[in-house]
Design a protein around this ligand. Structure first.
Ligand SMILES: Nc1ncnc2c1ncn2[C@@H]1O[C@H](COP(=O)(O)OP(=O)(O)OP(=O)(O)O)[C@@H](O)[C@H]1O
Ligand SMILES: [Mg+2]
Length: 275
């Protein structure tokens, strides 16, 4: 992975409902908090829900961008200083727009028009669609979210195998979610790795181990990011570690900078660089 901007990271899973959207949203919040400029893109065209997690009314979104009616800057909704959302409002999204060619074209335009972002996170729908596969191949890294259940593991393995068969240079990472313990995550990861090495000839790296925790359902129910509910929760700590795995070699270009050991705002009115 090189250090060019923006870095495109897709979040996928074989099985539905494993936590892709909550992980994508909170990873984006963690990265923005670390001063990365982040765009979160809802690529679950038929069932987009990131605007609900973020509790935002979005006037425009991916439909207008995909149809070239609006530029990226016009189509996004600002969530925080360093975080924007390109929303998919199901009632406004026409699935006919999203054939394979249209999706790949959209990813290329995200790269071109999104150069002011450090990272662009794409939250996909579940399963092995041709459009999502093509978008994964046009991205830099693909995160596969897996929960410790047989069907999730087997679907994730099938998806990994398919992604690898269609492009053996794909950079895939496993994010184990809803774990009872770290040991359980390591066990699943090692099984996955052994199976992939044997039958695919390569295996994904681990991005991290996220526990099952009611802080997540509380965060969803109250439409607030995890750090606002509990900034010390093990889930958030795991996502901070995962965020480091996605930013290797990439310096943040967000709105605050360090002077000596002190953090200051770039905006002159709030800046205080006296030691
Ligand atoms: N670590 C966790 N601990 C507890 N609950 C979790 C955790 N991760 C996810 N969940 C719960 O799982 C539910 C489904 O999550 P989410 O909608 O993000 O899944 P998804 O993979 O995006 O689903 P879809 O395939 O439909 O897009 C959420 O409502 C959330 O409460
Ligand atoms: Mg989702």
């Amino acid at each position: 992975m090189d250090a060019s901007r923006p870095r495109l990271v897709g979040i996928m899973s074989g099985k539905g409902g494993v936590g892709k959207s909550v992980m994508a949203y909170n990873l984006a919040c963690v990265l923005a908090d670390r001063r990365y400029r982040v765009l979160l893109v809802d690529c679950d065209f038929g069932s987009g829900n990131l605007h609900i997690l973020a509790n935002r009314h979005c006037y425009y979104g991916i439909q207008e961008f995909a149809e070239n009616k609006l530029s990226l800057r016009e189509a996004v909704t600002g969530l925080t200083d360093n975080l924007d959302l390109l929303a998919a409002i199901p009632s406004r999204v026409s699935l006919f727009t999203y054939d394979i060619r249209g999706c790949v074209d959209m990813v290329h335009r995200l790269r071109e028009q999104g150069q002011h972002y450090d990272l662009i996170l794409l939250d996909h729908g579940s399963g092995r669609s041709d459009a999502a596969t093509a978008m994964a191949h046009a991205s830099d890294t693909t995160v596969l979210v897996v929960v410790p259940e047989l069907l999730s593991i087997s679907d994730a393995y099938g998806l990994y195998r398919y992604l690898h068969d269609t492009d053996d240079k794909i950079d895939c990472r496993l994010l184990l979610n809803r774990l009872k313990s770290r040991d359980e995550g390591q066990y699943v990861f090692e099984k996955f790795r052994a199976m992939s090495d044997r039958f695919v000839g390569s295996s994904p790296r681990s991005l991290g181990y996220v526990r099952e925790d009611e802080v997540v359902s509380h965060s969803v129910a109250t439409q607030r990011p995890l750090h606002e509910i509990n900034d010390k929760s093990p889930v958030l700590q795991a996502l901070k570690i995962a965020s480091s795995g996605l930013t290797t070699g990439l310096a943040p270009s967000g709105d605050r900078l360090m002077v000596g050991n002190r953090e200051v705002n770039r905006t002159p009115a709030a800046a205080d660089i006296r030691e």
